[in-house]
Design a binder for this molecule. Structure first.
Ligand code: B12
Ligand code: SF4
Length: 476
C-alpha cells in the first residue's frame, strides 16, 4: 500500500520554512510495511495533483495546524469520497475533528498516533467502507460509523518517545536547501497550563540525548544545515538533561548553531546550564516573557513571577547566548497601561529579538474553548478568515476579534509605541530586513509584520512555492 503525507502550504504566507516533523515520525512507524512518500507543498516544485496522479496513493494523510485549515479542507473536498482513504492529523484536526470529517476526510487522528498508526492502516480495507462497524480503533481516532454516528476514541499521547526516530531519509533531498534551517524535537509536550497555548497540559517527555545528537548530526551532515531549531515547547525544563545533550555535542565536536524555546523562570541553581548551552553552540534562547503585569500573567495561567524573569534572561546573555523575548498583546486583564509595562521592560533588557504575538484563542487552547471567560469576543469560527484578517489585513481585525480590556486602536498604539521607543536602540523590523543574510543585532517582529518569503512564479504567472534557497541558514 502507498501512503502519501501532505504538508500543505499555509493559508497565510510563512516567515520561514521548516520540515514536517510530525509526518517524519509517522513515516518511521510505517515505512517497514508501507511505501511512504512525503510531499511538502511549501517547497516542492511538483504540483500536488501531479504527485497524486503519478504515485496513486491508497492513503492520503494531511498534517495541519489551524493556519493551514482552508487549504487542507480543500484537499479533502477535492480528493475525498473516492477510493483513496483520506486521513487528517495534527493540531487542528485533533481539536476540530468533526469539521474535518464533514469536509471529506474519512478518518481523523487525534493527538500523537505513531504508536498505533501502522495497526490502524493494517485494519483498513482498500475499498469503501474502509472499516467495518464491528471493528474498533485504539485511542486517538475519530470517524463516522456506517450508521452515520461520530466515533471518538479520545486523544493519544506517545509515552515512549524514544521508540521512533524521524524518518528523515524520506525527505526528498531537493527540499533540504529550501528550508530556512533544520528543525527537530528534543522533547515533547509541556506540563504547564497557559490558557492561550495548545501544548498546555500535554506532559513533558524528553528523548535520549544520544538519539537527539544523532539526529542533529544527520541534519548537519546529510541535510547540510548549519543552523537547527529545536521546536520543543520548553527545551530547558530539565536542566540536567540539557547539560547531557550539550556534553554530547561537545564530545562529538559537532559544529552547529542552534536555538531553543524556554520558560523564563529557571531557578538560579540551574543557571550553569546556559554556560553549557553556549559551549555547545546555542545561539538563541527564546523566553516566554508574555507580559509584565502580574495579574495578567496569573489570568493567563502562566505561573511565573515577572520579578524573576529579568535575572534569568540576563544570565543567559552573560553566558554569551543572544536572547529573544516573546511578548503577547491582548492577554486577559491587561489594559493599555499594563501593556506599556512590557515596553519599559524591553527598554531595560534590550534583548536581541523581540517577538510580539496577538492573543488568539486557537482550537486546542482553554481560551479557544471559552474565549468569553477571558474577555475575548470571537466574531467568527472561520479560522482562515481570522488569520487572514488579523495577520495580513490587520486593519480589519476588529471585525473578527475584540478584547474587553484593550481596544483594537490601543493594540495598534501599543505596537507603535514599542517600535518607536525601541528604534533609537538600533532595532529594525523583521519585514524591513529584506536581505536577512546576517541576523541583525536587534530585531522586532510583531503580528503586524507581513509574511516575507517571496513566491516563485511559473510561466503562467501562478504563484508556485516560497523561495529562500539562496540565503544562508537562519538561527531562529
Ligand atoms: C514547528 C511549528 C511551527 C512551524 C511550522 C508550522 C506549519 N507549517 O504548520 C512554524 C514556525 C512556521 C509555525 C507557525 C505557526 N504556528 Co506553530 N508550531 C510549531 C510547533 C513548535 C512544533 C510542531 C511539531 O512539529 N510538533 C512535533 C510533532 C511530532 O507533532 P505534530 O506535528 O503535532 O504531529 C503529531 C500528531 O499531531 C500526529 N499527526 C500530525 N499530522 C498528522 C497527519 C496524519 C495523517 C496523522 C494520522 C497524524 C498526524 O502525529 C504526529 C506524531 O505524533 C508547535 C508546537 C508543538 N509542540 O507541536 C507549534 C504550533 C503548532 N503552532 C501554533 C501556532 C499558533 C502557529 C501560528 C499560527 C503562529 C502565528 N501566530 O503565526 C503559525 C501558523 C503557521 C501555519 N501556517 O499553520 C500552535 C497551533 C495552534 C493551532 N490550533 O493550530 C502550536 C500548537 C503552538 C502552541 N503550543 O500553541 N509553527
Ligand atoms: S506557553 Fe510555554 S509554558 Fe505555557 S503551556 Fe505553552 S509551552 Fe507550556
Amino acid at each position: 500500500m502507498r501512503v502519501l503525507f501532505i504538508y500543505p502550504e499555509p493559508d497565510v504566507a510563512p516567515f520561514y520554512l521548516q520540515s514536517p516533523i510530525g509526518c517524519l515520525y509517522l513515516a518511521a512507524a510505517l515505512e517497514e510495511k508501507y511505501d511512504v512518500r512525503i510531499y511538502d507543498q511549501n517547497v516542492d516544485d511538483d504540483r500536488l495533483e501531479d504527485v497524486i496522479r503519478e504515485f496513486v496513493p491508497d492513503i492520503i494523510g494531511v498534517s495541519f495546524t489551524s493556519g493551514c485549515r482552508m487549504v487542507s479542507l480543500d484537499i479533502a473536498k477535492k480528493y475525498g469520497g473516492k477510493d483513496v482513504i483520506m486521513f487528517a492529523g495534527g493540531i487542528h484536526p485533533t481539536y476540530c475533528a468533526e469539521e474535518c470529517i464533514d469536509a471529506g476526510f474519512d478518518f481523523v487522528a487525534k493527538g500523537e498516533v505513531e504508536d498505533t498508526i501502522c495497526e490502524v492502516f493494517d485494519a483498513m480495507s482498500p475499498t469503501r467502507p474502509f472499516l467495518r462497524d464491528d471493528q474498533t480503533l485504539p485511542k486517538g481516532y475519530f470517524y463516522k460509523s456506517g450508521k452515520g454516528d461520530y466515533i471518538d476514541t479520545g486523544t493519544a499521547r506517545s509515552l515512549d518517545i524514544n521508540r521512533w526516530v524521524p524518518a528523515r531519509h524520506l525527505l526528498p533531498a531537493k527540499y533540504h536547501r529550501r528550508y530556512s534551517h533544520g528543525v527537530m524535537m528534543g522533547s515533547r509536550g509541556c506540563a504547564f497550563k497557559c490558557t492561550f497555548c495548545a501544548s498546555a497540559n500535554t506532559g513533558f517527555r524528553e528523548r535520549d540525548p544520544k538519539l537527539i545528537v544523532d539526529e542533529l548530526e544527520y541534519i548537519v551532515n546529510v541535510e547540510g544545515h548549519s543552523a537547527v531549531h529545536f521546536a520543543d515547547d520548553i527545551f530547558t525544563f530539565k536542566p540536567r538533561w540539557v547539560i547531557e545533550i550539550c556534553k554530547e555535542i561537545v564530545a562529538r565536536d559537532l559544529k552547529c548553531r542552534w536555538s531553543v524555546n524556554s520558560r523564563s523562570d529557571i531557578p538560579e541553581k540551574h543557571w550553569e546550564m546556559f554556560d553549557w548551552m553556549y559551549k555547545a553552540g546555542c545561539e538563541m534562547v527564546g523566553f516566554g516573557v508574555e507580559a509584565v503585569d502580574q495579574k495578567t500573567l496569573q489570568l493567563s495561567g502562566k505561573g511565573i513571577k515577572q520579578s524573576k524573569t529579568m535575572p534569568v534572561l540576563q544570565r543567559a546573555r552573560e553566558a554569551g547566548i543572544p536572547i529573544k523575548a516573546n511578548l503577547m498583546a491582548g492577554l486577559p486583564g491587561a489594559s493599555y497601561a499594563d501593556h506599556l509595562l512590557s515596553v519599559d521592560l524591553m527598554e531595560e533588557l534590550l534583548p536581541n529579538q523581540i517577538v510580539l504575538s496577538l492573543t488568539t484563542p486557537y482550537p486546542g487552547t482553554v481560551m479557544g474553548d471559552f474565549p468569553e471567560r477571558f474577555g475575548i469576543k470571537l466574531k467568527t469560527k472561520d479560522w482562515s478568515t481570522l488569520l487572514q484578517d488579523v495577520y495580513v489585513e490587520s486593519d480589519r481585525f476588529h471585525e473578527v476579534i475584540e478584547y474587553d480590556d484593550i481596544t483594537t486602536d490601543e493594540i495598534f498604539k501599543f505596537v507603535d509605541t514599542l517600535l518607536t521607543r525601541l528604534a533609537p536602540y538600533g532595532y529594525i523590523r523583521v519585514s524591513d530586513d529584506e536581505e536577512h543574510a546576517e541576523r541583525p543585532e536587534r530585531v522586532i517582529k510583531t503580528f503586524l509584520d507581513k509574511p516575507m518569503l517571496p513566491r516563485l512564479r511559473d510561466e503562467a504567472g501562478r504563484a508556485d512555492r516560497y523561495n529562500r534557497s539562496s540565503e544562508p541558514d537562519w538561527v531562529l
